[in-house]
Design a protein around this ligand. Structure first.
Ligand code: DLZ
Length: 167
């Protein structure tokens, strides 16, 4: 049995009636693209329809909390769509200043607080890594390595099914 990672999914989930939002930063694009693809692949494997996956971008991870909150509101107001979960995706790579620490801390806290204020689950799709290589490994860009975006897709379906559309 694997020690790390998501583990075995506890039941078979049907995401065919779910609407899932993805808000992703554009910093570190190659890694972001892989993570977003991984999340979408997993959502589809769980039956989420392509037309029910709503993708929006923001400049960097610091903008993720605002983008996450506003995507829900924007879709509701413009096209009458009620999201069942949102996956914010960002990649923060440590540089030579304290910027990394501040953005990691504020972004993580703000996303966590959205779970207390929004009525839908907000998944934590942010990699906070020390090197580009660590990010590539976690995005499945190195041979044989696992794409964490897939875990975020699975987490969104599980949380939405258990706690939003459970009837
Ligand atoms: C400024 C900045 C830096 C230094 N590093 C990253 C990063 O590694 N990953 C990321 O997503 N965003 C970074 N940013 C941009 C900030 O998140 C934000 O977009 C800008 O400070 C503008 O508010």
């Amino acid at each position: 049995m694997a020690i790390k990672g998501l583990g075995v999914v506890d039941q078979k989930y049907d995401g065919s009636n779910l609407k899932i939002g993805i808000v992703h930063a554009r910093w570190n694009t190659a890694i972001i693209d892989a993570l977003v693809s991984g999340a979408i692949k997993k959502l589809k494997e769980f039956g989420v329809k392509e037309e029910n996956i709503f993708v929006e971008t923001v400049p960097g991870s610091f903008e993720l909390p605002f983008g996450t909150r506003k995507l829900q509101e924007k879709l509701r107001k413009t096209v009458g769509v009620e999201l069942d979960a949102i996956i914010p995706i960002g990649v923060l790579i440590k540089g030579s200043t304290m910027h990394f620490e501040y953005i990691c801390d504020s972004t993580t806290n703000a996303l966590m607080r959205l779970n207390e204020t929004l009525e839908i689950p907000v998944i934590f799709g942010v990699l906070t890594v020390l090197t580009e290589e660590q990010a590539e490994v976690r995005a499945g860009l190195k041979p044989g390595m696992h794409n964490h975006g897939e875990d975020w897709g699975a987490a969104a379906v599980e949380m939405a099914t258990k706690f939003v559309k459970y009837e």
